[in-house]
Structure formats: structure tokens, C-alpha cells
Ligand binder design. Structure first.
Ligand code: SF4
Ligand code: SF4
Ligand code: FES
Length: 364
């Protein structure tokens, strides 16, 4: 049996629930099963992260193995015979879910909490798992004193799946959070147990969006939880820089209430920065500019036509150049502008004013 294959040779196969299927060398059993539309439950799995194998929910039976194996960490081998659904596996999964659900104060959390926040609830419902079956000690203490404006840290809800820790390290490269202690004393924490704002956290929100229980949740979006309208999602592209991250705008009625990153966004794969994730208040801000303003002789800003505003700007550029020289002009193009507009902008600055002082907001 071998997991490697020569170029041009047929792909290796294994038996998945009685059916012979091909797999690519290096694929895990979970990945093979998912490609074949087999629904194996997971909690600690995030396709963007290195498999971790902590929840054991994805266990499958492999012929010849003494005990079920975690499919997310087991690499497929040619000739394997794998069963993903048996009465024993389903009972095992239900019991595991009842253990984590018994520990958590609440399973049914608001979907505004985060992108993956419904995962535990969905599985508890799917397996009819009882939430109070295993009364006893609880792990995780909420950090209610962490009064940052973006992230709620309610570790009473934590199931120690480490997705937040791994996404922070592997996706964000930040290592702002880690796990301290073991067993019932396990706790997600920052260096020296600091508040997030005093740690190396950049408030990118990725930990919030991968948390499957709402233990980490979007404090800003949750302000809209009492609004009665249903949540609607609209796929769009972040307007801030040139990367072009895909995101879903969350609205309730006419109100924009939050943002969730698109896990399948080709440029960002579920990642956003703090601006894309949380800095959206400008969209519906009462002082948002809707028309050009020019300063009148009274020193105040007044609404103006675009022609009037552009004439005034041109006059200002010309005067600055005459008074202080051509290098007093600096142009910053929008990182979201198409190539043609970026080309026109650098011509405008270079040919129009004779300076190389030109950049774009993706770098500035
Ligand atoms: S917000 Fe981002 S940087 Fe901060 S802990 Fe979460 S993943 Fe890490
Ligand atoms: S806070 Fe959420 S993502 Fe992090 S370990 Fe706990 S349950 Fe998992
Ligand atoms: S999803 Fe495989 S062990 Fe958690």
C-alpha cells in the first residue's frame, strides 16, 4: 500500500462506505469523503487550517484499525476500507456532542455572533443531542473585563477546539492568543493574560469568524440582535485597499449591522483586516459626504456642483505648484481603481506636475 503515485499513473483508490473512490496522494480521509458528498460532522476542523484532531467528532471506522480514527488527521492510503456511518459511530458522535453541549451555558447563539457560530447548534440539532446530560465541572472563564469594542470573549461557551488559536497563528501570523492549562482549567488567553488591546492582537476578527460556538463573538454586530428584521447577507468586495477581499454585508431591514468574511473569497479565504471587518460605520454615517463641499468666503463648507469643486481643486493645485514648486504635489491613487484610472492618475501627476510623487492607498 502506498500514498504516492507517479505522474500519469492512475490515482490510488480506497473503499468509502462500500464504494471504490479515487483520491489524490496526501488527501485525508475527511477530504476524500467531502469530495464525495459524504457528510462527516466536524467541530475543530477549518479547511483553511492544518488539521488538529481535537474534537474526535469526525471519527470513522477503518478496517483493521483497533479503534475509530479521526478522519481529518488520517491520510488516505490505497486499499483502505472506510465506513463513515455506523450505529456505533453515530452514538459516539451524539455522546461527544452531549458532553460539549452540557458544558456550554448556551448552544443556540445569535447568528450575528460570527460566521461559524451556528456549527455546534446545527450538529446538536442534527444528532438530537441532549444539552444537560453531563452535569459537573465546566472549563473556561469569560473575560468580561475585556472591554474592547469588537470582540466578546465568553469562554463559558468554549469547547477548546483551538480554531481561534490556529487561525490567529496560521492565517493572521499573529500568535496573539494561545491555550493555557489543561483539562477543566484550559483557557484561551493572551500573553501574560492581557486584555486583547494590550496584546499583539490586530482585531482582524478571524478568531471570531471561525469560532463554532459563539465563545468569541462579534460584539459590534450583536448590538443589532434586538432588531426584529431577519438577517440578510449581500456578497460584495471590501472597498478599502487593492487586495479585493470578498465579504458578506449583514443587514437587518435598511440597516447595515455587520460584516462577515467570505470563506470562499479567492483573494482572502475568509480573512479580513480590522478595517474590512469592523470599520463600516461610515456607510450609514449621518455626516457622510453625499455632494462636494467647497469653502466659501465665510470660511464655511458649502455644497457645490462637481464642476465647481473640480475647478477649485485645480486652482489649489496650480497655486501650490507655483508657490512651492512641483514637488509640493503628492498624488495618492485609489487601490481599488482599475488599471486605466491608475495610469491616468500617474500621468496626471508625472506629466501634469512634473513630479514622481505618486503612490496608491494599498501601500500608503
Ligand atoms: S482578532 Fe485576529 S489577531 Fe486578534 S486574536 Fe483574533 S485572530 Fe488573533
Ligand atoms: S474560543 Fe471558540 S474557536 Fe477558540 S477554542 Fe474556544 S470554541 Fe474553539
Ligand atoms: S474535526 Fe476531526 S477531530 Fe475534530
Amino acid at each position: 500500500m502506498s500514498a504516492t503515485t507517479q505522474p500519469g499513473s492512475p490515482l490510488p483508490t480506497l473503499t468509502l462506505d462500500g464504494e471504490q473512490v479515487e483520491f489524490a496522494p496526501g488527501e485525508t480521509l475527511y477530504e476524500v469523503a467531502r469530495r464525495h458528498q459524504t457528510q462527516i460532522p466536524t467541530l475543530c476542523y477549518d479547511p483553511r487550517l492544518e488539521p488538529f484532531g481535537s474534537c474526535r467528532l469526525c471519527a470513522v471506522e477503518v478496517e483493521g484499525a483497533r479503534a475509530p480514527v479521526a478522519s481529518c488527521t488520517t491520510v488516505a492510503v490505497a486499499g483502505m476500507k472506510v465506513c463513515t456511518v455506523t450505529p456505533q459511530l453515530e452514538q459516539h458522535r451524539r455522546t461527544l456532542l452531549e458532553m460539549v453541549a452540557s458544558e456550554n451555558r448556551q448552544v443556540d447563539v445569535d447568528p450575528l455572533s460570527g460566521s461559524a457560530s451556528q456549527e455546534l447548534k446545527t450538529l446538536v440539532d442534527r444528532y438530537g443531542a441532549r444539552t444537560g446530560r453531563f452535569a459537573g465541572a465546566h472549563s473556561g472563564h469569560s473575560k468580561t473585563e475585556d472591554d474592547n469594542p469588537f470582540i466578546l470573549r465568553d469562554y463559558d461557551q468554549c469547547i477548546s477546539c483551538y480554531r481561534c488559536v490556529r487561525v490567529c497563528a496560521e492565517q493572521e501570523g499573529d500568535h496573539a492568543i494561545d491555550i493555557a492549562n489543561r483539562g477543566f482549567h484550559s483557557q484561551i488567553t493572551t500573553e501574560f493574560d492581557q486584555l486583547l488591546k494590550n496584546s499583539s492582537c490586530t482585531f482582524c476578527g478571524q478568531c471570531v469568524q471561525t469560532c463554532p460556538t459563539g465563545a468569541l463573538s462579534d460584539r459590534k454586530a450583536l448590538r443589532a440582535a434586538p432588531l426584529p428584521e431577519p438577517i440578510e447577507k449581500t456578497r460584495t468586495t471590501c472597498p478599502y485597499c487593492g487586495v479585493g477581499c470578498s465579504m458578506d454585508i449583514l443587514t437587518k431591514g435598511e440597516k447595515m449591522v455587520g460584516i462577515q468574511p467570505a470563506m470562499d473569497g479567492p483573494a482572502n479565504l475568509g480573512a479580513l483586516c480590522v478595517k474590512g471587518q469592523f470599520a463600516y460605520d461610515f456607510v450609514q454615517h449621518r455626516e457622510r459626504l453625499k455632494t462636494p463641499l467647497v469653502r466659501g468666503e465665510d470660511g464655511q463648507l458649502h455644497p457645490a456642483s462637481w464642476d465647481e469643486a473640480l475647478d477649485r481643486a485645480a486652482d489649489g493645485f496650480r497655486k501650490a505648484s507655483e508657490r512651492h514648486g512641483r514637488h509640493s504635489i503628492f498624488g495618492i491613487a485609489s487601490g481599488r481603481a482599475p488599471n486605466e484610472a491608475a495610469y491616468a492618475m500617474q500621468k496626471f501627476i508625472r506629466a501634469g506636475y512634473g513630479t514622481h510623487h505618486i503612490d496608491n492607498c494599498s501601500r500608503a
